[in-house]
Design a protein around this ligand. Sequence first.
Ligand SMILES: CC/C=C\C/C=C\C/C=C\CC/C=C/CC(=O)SCCNC(=O)CCNC(=O)[C@H](O)C(C)(C)COP(=O)(O)OP(=O)(O)OC[C@H]1O[C@@H](n2cnc3c(N)ncnc32)[C@H](O)[C@@H]1OP(=O)(O)O
Length: 338
Amino acid sequence: MAAVLRKLIQGRLPALAGVLCRRSGNEGHLFLNSSGSTLMQPRCGYSSPTESVIVEMDKATGVALLKLNIPPVNSLSLPLLTELAIVLDKLEMDKHCRGLILTSAVPNIFSAGLNLFDMMDKPNEHYSEFWRAVQEIWIKLYGSSLANIAAINGSSPAGGCLLALCSDYRIMANNPHFTIGLNETRLGIVAPFWFKDTLLNTVGKRTTEISLNLGALYSPTEALSLHLVDRLVPETQLLSAATEEMGRWLQVPDHARQITKSMIRKSTLEGLLNQREADIKNFVEFISRDSIQKSLQFYAQSLQKQKQHIHPPSSSCRQQISSVTFARSPWYSLIQRS
Ligand SMILES: CC/C=C\C/C=C\C/C=C\CC/C=C/CC(=O)SCCNC(=O)CCNC(=O)[C@H](O)C(C)(C)COP(=O)(O)OP(=O)(O)OC[C@H]1O[C@@H](n2cnc3c(N)ncnc32)[C@H](O)[C@@H]1OP(=O)(O)O
């Protein structure tokens, strides 16, 4: 496979030779070194010692089912991101693995996005390490050489939505209680340029403009209409639909699909790979501001207060979800106080 890729890239697609990996420091994935040789490590097994990332490998099909398993909401903490990075590397290095289905083991939640507490009241060194780990996961997932399908079986705000956006295809459970979107502005923070680019590549400029500025969270039906997700299925059929869809992706020879994916995603990946350190510096400077810390604190408190004051949404009325989501915004807290 490495030989085929080398030949194709050196012989027929010289422009692709030497892309991406020189600055990435990532082994495997779609990154090739300047001589066109792959940077994959020797094959090895994989398992997650703490079971916060469950991997079920179907040896017959070469498809790995990866379930995030950090109750209550699969928030992406530094330990989870670190563990996920190790698992992704191992899958990428496994010569038998061709496809990855990403889902959640936590009922009703795909992922609540970045762990708020990793961005609050911490020293700058922690923010820096945390942001590097977030970047790493995006680079590994968005640049993965595996066919990657997200089986979105619950709510998926912010960083959770980003995880799904990294996939090649998104199938969501058609449950009106679930929401998905990049809601960062509602927390008083800003989605970084590479979150924005990933959304832009998926849904186009106008939808990105509206979604990001408003911090919009969408129901599955709305997400489908915006092409934020590709397909809706009843919850009970989600994994079988993802497996069936994976079959379609695996019918294409790996090298052809991988090079095609690399061509399409290369410039977006380079956008971050070319300025990782500057992006980390920017994040640390931004997140450590007093005003941003206050916004995050309001937001985290409002999440906890919701528990005390608002019953969890039990009816099928989507309006209720929207108002709960809005009520969690720090700005709403401020309006309420004034
Ligand atoms: C000039 C500047 C230019 C550029 C900027 C530079 C850099 C960029 C800067 C910053 C960008 C940072 C990017 C961040 C992206 C993110 O991902 S931020 C996280 C956003 N996440 C959310 O908004 C989701 C919040 N959670 C929810 O909406 C709900 O919890 C959810 C719908 C997921 C589930 O609802 P429900 O089942 O009712 O559960 P609860 O709400 O009751 O929650 C259960 C407990 O979990 C805690 N929790 C929820 N979300 C998080 C989280 N993200 N992190 C940590 N903890 C979380 C919640 O508080 C409850 O805790 P408790 O049991 O009360 O202790």
